[in-house]
Design a protein around this ligand. Structure first.
Ligand code: GLY
Length: 373
């Protein structure tokens, strides 16, 4: 089943290379991807899809398209285009870092190190956190961390390993510890965001941006936590991070609905209109496969987590994938970007497509994505 699903994504990616040209897909409307000239937080995912497709097939068409995206990311960094946010890790891990991993291209390594320095500019020494959005001192966002940032930290851990400069790792660890303490709640659910006093770092309150309400658990946020803490464990070997990832994954899989693909928020009332977020299920699956890399063979959580991945991925392939729709641009339907915000509430998400393919390739081939090495 996984192999057939992978083949389907490859066919779509070949067609998308033609369709998208030098532009980057973000989310869809009426089944057509919105394209941008590499100025969105999501543009690394298209690059990552191309690199994964190349790694799997060895085909030049994927390699050359992926290399072109890295050239675009170089220009983006040189011209400082839309980089004033924390998602530098998403952008450069899956583009230039992927190229470094696959081709040992020194320019790609250097570009990725420069990107890590851009991310370091989000570090706020007074509050001791990485600011997610907005300029320093911003009234609304200056004191805000978000759980999505856990996937940006690997860029900093990696930069430490490449350079030996401790500052990258110190910042990543302080931010991961703060996220664990304030974003993850006692019952293993999570806040999407948490606010701190910008001057003193005093913790103020949890909240949400894309979830149902402030105290709810946005399913994609929970998925970012699963994968992000697993990666913090990979880099640091701090067992608390692995334990947190496992607990968050159990929370996620304990709440799978009947068709095994989650709704957009675990606390949203469920009725016939409730939106799904297939991208959350794809991220949680890939993240749990990362967790399983680190659990002992006889770990008591292993069977439960393996089963959660199998259920989620089978649900995606059987009921959400666009297999059998050769003209579809996306791999999985029914992602949601921001349900309350009315932004792409029931559409393709390029990150959903990326993590779906990464999880398939982890299952079929033992690939690992491009978050480390
Ligand atoms: N990182 C933004 C999102 O998940 O929508």
């Amino acid at each position: 089943m996984w192999k057939q699903a992978i083949e389907d994504t490859l066919q779509k990616t070949r067609a998308n290379i033609e369709r998208f040209g030098d532009l980057f897909p973000h989310v869809s409307e009426n089944d057509i991807y919105h394209l941008n000239p590499n100025n969105e937080w999501t543009d690394g995912f298209w690059s990552g899809i191309l690199w994964l497709s190349y790694q799997y097939t060895g085909e030049k068409v994927f390699q050359e398209a992926a290399q072109r995206t890295v050239a675009s990311f170089k220009e983006r960094l040189e011209n400082n285009v839309a980089l004033e946010h924390h998602d530098i890790g998403f952008l450069y891990s899956l583009s230039s870092k992927a190229q470094w991993i696959l081709e040992r291209d020194e320019n790609a390594r250097q570009l990725t190190l420069q990107a890590a320095d851009v991310l370091m500019k989000r570090w706020r020494p007074k509050g001791q956190y990485i600011q997610a959005w907005g300029p320093e001192g911003d009234a609304a966002n200056g004191g805000r961390i978000i759980i999505d940032c856990m996937l940006n930290l690997p860029l900093l851990y990696w930069a430490y390993e490449q350079t030996g400069n401790e500052k990258y790792k110190e910042v990543a660890i302080i931010h991961a510890d703060l996220s664990r303490r304030y974003l993850v709640r006692g019952d293993d659910s999570s806040y999407h965001t948490f606010y701190f006093d910008q001057e003193t770092g005093e913790p103020l309150r949890g909240g949400t941006h894309q979830g149902y309400q402030d105290g709810s658990t946005w399913t994609r946020g929970q998925a970012w936590g699963i994968y992000g803490f697993a990666l913090s464990y990979r880099y640091t070997k701090n067992p608390l991070y692995l334990e947190t990832a496992v607990r968050m994954a159990r929370y996620f899989f304990e709440r799978l609905p009947q068709d095994d693909v989650v709704y957009w928020d675990f606390n949203a009332p469920v009725n016939a209109e409730t939106k799904r977020d297939s991208s959350a299920s794809a991220i949680a699956s890939a993240g749990t496969l990362e967790i399983l890399e680190h659990l002992a063979a006889d770990d008591a959580n292993r069977a439960y987590l393996e089963n959660g991945v199998q259920r989620s991925m089978t649900g995606l392939v059987k009921s959400y994938a666009t297999i059998g729709k050769p003209d579809a641009q996306g791999f999985i339907e029914r992602g949601s970007y921001s349900v309350r915000g009315g932004a792409a509430p029931d559409d393709y998400m390029i990150w959903g497509d990326y993590y779906y393919l990464e999880a398939l390739l982890r299952l079929e081939k033992g690939f690992k994505g491009y978050w480390y090495e």
